[in-house]
Design a protein. Sequence first.
Lengths: 208, 125
Amino acid sequence: MATQTPPSEGVVLFHPHFAGHDQISARTLGFWLYMLSDALIFAALFAAYGVLNNPMGAAGGPIATQVADPVEGFWQTCAVLGSVATYSLGTVALKSGNKGGVMFSIVLAILLAFIFLGFEAHDLLDLLAKGDGPTRSGFLSAFFVLVATHGLHMLFGIIWMLVMLVQIPLFGFNANVVARLLNLRMFWQFQATIWVILYVYVYMIGAF
Amino acid sequence: MSAPHSDPLAHPEVQQGNALRYISGFITTLLLMFAALMLTIRQHLPYVSYAEAVTGLAVLSLVTQATLFFGLDISRAHIWKSLSLLLTIPLFIISVGLTVWMFQSLATRTMLMPAGMLQQPTLLQ
C-alpha cells in the first residue's frame, strides 16, 4: 500500500502573498504551450509526408520534384520572414505606446502575408488545374494537407491582425490588448519557424 | 515574472522588443536559407551529404529564430518557455523520424516495387 510522506517541516510550499505569474506572463506562457502542441500537429503531417514521398505513394502521379519549386519557395520565405520581422518591429513601437507605428507595422505584415499566400494559392490551384489534386495520390494528399495547414495558420494570423487593428484604436494599449499583441507576435514568429522546416523538408530535401 | 507596474507597456515582455535583434534575425535566417537554396540548385553534393548540409543550415536558422525572434534564453522571464521548447523538440524529431523509419522498413519488406523505384532516394537515405 502506498504511503505518503508528510512534507518536511520548514519547507514553504506556497506563500499567500507571492504574486506568481502576472496576468500578461501567464497568458503568454499558456499560449506558448498551446503553440508547442500545435507544432506536434505539424510533426504528424511531416511524418505523413515523409512516408508518402516516394514513387509508390505518388501512385504514378507527380512526386515532390515535380510539384515543389525551391526557387519559388525562397520568395515565399522572403515574404513570410519579412512579414514576421515587420510585425516584430511593430512591437518595438509598442514599447513607447506608439499606436500609429504598431498599426502601420501590422498593415505591412498583412500585405506580406497575402503575398506569401498568393504564391501558395497559385501553386495549389495550378496543381488542381492539372488534375493533380489531393485525391490524385497519397503523396499529393500529404503535400496539400501540409502546405494548406500552414497556409490556414497564416490566414488565421491575418484575421487576428485585422482584429487587433480594430482593438488598438478602440481599447488602447490595456493589459488585454497588450497580451494579445504579444501572443500574436509569438504566433506569427512560430509561422516563420514552421515555414523554414517545411521549406527545407519539402521544397529542398524532398524535391532534391 | 511578477511585474510591480500597473502600466502594461512596462511589462518585461513588451520591453524585450528590440529592432536590432529582429532585423538581425531576418537577415541571418534569409542568408541561411539562401545558402541552402544554392546547395539545392547546384546539386554538387551527393544526396546524403546534401541532406546533412541543408539540415545543418535549417538548424542554425531555427536557433537564430529562437534567440533573435523569440528572444529565448535562460533568464527568469524565459526559462519555462525555453525549457518547454527543449522538451518538445525531441518529441517532434521522434514523431517524424520514427514514423518515416517504420514505414521505410515496412516498404522494403512488404512492397513489391520495380528495382528502379527501390533505388529512388527517400528522406531517410
